[in-house]
Design a protein. Structure first.
Length: 314
């Protein structure tokens, strides 16, 4: 296993919710190759969510070399702008992560390499699998001028009408109007990468036994286990987007909590309390009914009560 350089993996693509994009062409170039690689699925209107995969094409051999470069051309609908770039990827890091997560093919940690594209030319690459997603690259492509290609590979004649039609398909009218009035937050995806020293704690004393599957606003995914040591917390993680765990009450009843955090409120709280590098605790006070649950963020001296999160009613 330590000598493996080929793995079973697929390429996939991603784009932020409310900021529709389209991959025009892309290739993950295999290590040491000039032109041979695995193509990135292209031609779809992308707006599912940052770090959320869209396509999964089964092509080529089961075991393939890992990439050391990415070539990508994409289109940002809200900007009516194409971007293009060629990026070196951290091959040794990718190889190490695939090797560490390989277990003979039975549910390896990673089985896809995902490229994310966002306004302003933002490009991110993640290794992803059933229960883990890790960012391994973040960069920026350059704007390029080129024709807009529509259905069946034809050049779009009425470009503005085509773009506006795609935007109306992808966005609610109120969302589209808000973006038009307030502009595109081009630094958003870079800021979401900020890592803080934080750990979840439970005010009732009964931490989940099975861990908490946690999505982060930077597109990563990880299962957090409890109790989390300060050393583990100090490794740093992005701001949580969603957490799912089963909480067992003192009476022995088990309840499933799926908590969706508000991006603006939660990122602002982490920035306010954790910008100086102090260890933060994300404190949960589970209640029944679950909507009475309280959540707050603390740095030991100050705390902020979160109020805009949503807990699914299972």
């Amino acid at each position: 296993m330590r000598s493996m350089t080929k793995f079973d993996w697929k390429a996939t693509e991603s784009a932020p919710k409310n900021y529709p994009m389209e991959v025009v062409a892309g290739t993950f170039l295999y290590h040491g190759e000039d032109s041979l690689g695995l193509y990135v699925p292209a031609g779809k209107l992308l707006y599912r969510g940052w770090g959320q995969m869209v396509s999964s094409h089964i092509v080529g051999e089961d075991l393939k070399p890992l990439p050391d470069r990415l070539e990508i051309t994409f289109f940002s609908y809200l900007e009516d702008q194409h971007y293009q770039g060629t990026f070196d990827l951290p091959y040794e890091k990718i190889l190490t992560l695939f090797r560490d997560g390989w277990n003979g093919g039975e549910r390896p940690t990673y089985d896809r390499i995902m490229v994310g594209v966002a306004p302003g030319g933002i490009v991110a690459v993640w290794l992803t699998g059933r229960a883990r997603t890790d960012e391994i690259f973040f960069g920026k492509a350059e704007p390029v001028e080129m024709p807009l290609i529509g259905m069946r590979g034809r050049i779009v004649d009425n470009r503005d009408a085509y773009v506006q039609g795609a935007l109306k398909h992808a966005l609610e009218p109120a969302v589209l109007e808000f973006i038009r009035q307030n502009g595109i937050p081009f630094d958003k995806w870079s800021q979401l990468r900020t890592r803080y020293k934080w750990k979840p704690v439970f005010g009732r004393g009964n931490a989940p036994h099975d861990g908490a599957m946690t999505d982060f606003f930077n597109g990563e995914l990880e299962e957090l286990f409890f109790p989390m040591s300060d050393e583990t917390a100090s490794l740093g993680r992005a701001v949580p987007k969603k957490m799912q765990f089963t909480y067992r009450s003192s009476e022995g009843w088990a309840y499933l909590y799926i908590i969706h955090f508000d991006e603006e409120e939660t990122t602002a709280a982490f920035q306010q309390l954790g910008s100086d590098g102090r260890l933060l605790t994300l404190e949960f006070y589970p209640e029944k009914p679950i909507h009475n649950t309280r959540i707050r963020l603390s740095n030991g001296d100050e705390s902020i009560n979160l109020t805009k999160y949503h807990i699914e009613d299972i």
